[in-house]
Design a protein around this ligand. Structure first.
Ligand code: GLN
Length: 291
């Protein structure tokens, strides 16, 4: 497991001492005089070299994780494991992109990961009431949710997509007017379609897969759900197709309790290092076969 962000944190501390200023190393905050600025720059160059060494050392798996405030703790992740390829059941295990990302984040902190699998619309209350430390559930950042939890930096994009039967007359989003739309309860697919097409035209299911079954058996006219699970469901069910149009574009992020900046900062540092090292792409590639 890579511990790049801890390596960088150490490098920043070294830069601070080399530059002879307290803890500020950013150029904008360096001393105004040219000489001092030049010294700072030189120090930063040395620091870059040192950072590489530090990173190399950290990557060899030394005790860097022990410096995390979460080292040795068990962090509970709330999710709804009905959302392939982000989180789903395989035998007795819950696997997927979010699970691997959460594992990587916890490994960087030296923490253990525990997963609690609950209804999607219970996830935010679970985090708010401290029953879970964070949520990783292909969760879209929305303004309303931002008033309830704090979101990390985004780690993926999602698209709300429309599934219909192959012989459906529905070809565009507008054609959905007056039709019966299946959604997973509490998701953005539910929120947006209820707003746009009216509550009475939306049927809510506890699992996306159940909505898809209802569509396959002719009980509803369409399903609105995130594109990646949509692709999985279409590939697993005969006679269904995806409309070639995006209903809404979204960003996924990890949620923590409002004000838990210590955990949020650690998660963001890990997300940044997973992006930079290419590990995030590797995780995604493991679960999403290129189209
Ligand atoms: N991205 C959607 C949302 O946040 C659906 C997530 C999910 O079903 N796990 O509402």
């Amino acid at each position: 497991m890579k511990k790049r962000w801890l390596g960088l944190a150490m490098a920043v501390m070294m830069a601070a001492s080399l530059a002879g200023c307290s803890s500020q190393t950013e150029e904008t905050e360096a001393p105004a005089e040219t000489e001092a600025a030049a010294e700072t720059e030189a120090a930063e160059e040395e620091t870059e070299a040192a950072a590489e060494e530090t990173e190399a050392a950290a990557e060899e798996g030394e005790e860097a994780a022990a410096e995390s405030p979460f080292a040795g703790q068990t962090l509970i992740m709330a999710t709804n494991a009905e959302f392939p390829p982000y989180e789903y059941h395989e035998g007795n295990d819950i696997i997927g992109i979010d699970v691997d990302i959460a594992r990587a984040i916890c490994a960087e902190m030296g923490a253990e990961l525990e997963i609690t699998d609950i209804a999607f619309d219970s996830i935010i209350p679970e985090v708010q009431s401290d029953k879970a430390d964070f949520a990783a559930a292909g969760m879209t950042v929305t303004e309303d949710r931002q008033t309830q939890v704090d979101f990390s930096d985004t780690y993926a994009t999602g698209v709300q997509s429309v599934i219909v039967t192959e012989d459906s007359e529905i070809q565009t989003i507008d054609d959905l007017a007056g039709k019966l739309i299946g959604v997973q309860q509490g998701t953005t697919g539910d929120i947006y379609s209820s707003d746009d097409f009216g509550d009475e035209n939306v049927q809510r299911f506890s699992k996306g897969a159940d909505a898809v079954q209802a569509l396959a058996s002719g009980k509803i006219d369409a399903v609105i759900i995130d594109n990646k699970p949509a692709q999985v469901f279409v590939s697993e069910n005969e006679g269904l197709k995806l409309l070639d149009t995006a209903y809404a574009e979204e960003e996924y992020a990890i949620a923590v309790k409002k004000g838990n900046t210590e955990l949020l900062d650690a998660i963001n540092a890990s997300i940044a290092s997973l992006k930079e090292s290419g590990e995030l792409d590797e995780i995604v590639a493991k679960y999403i076969v290129a189209e």
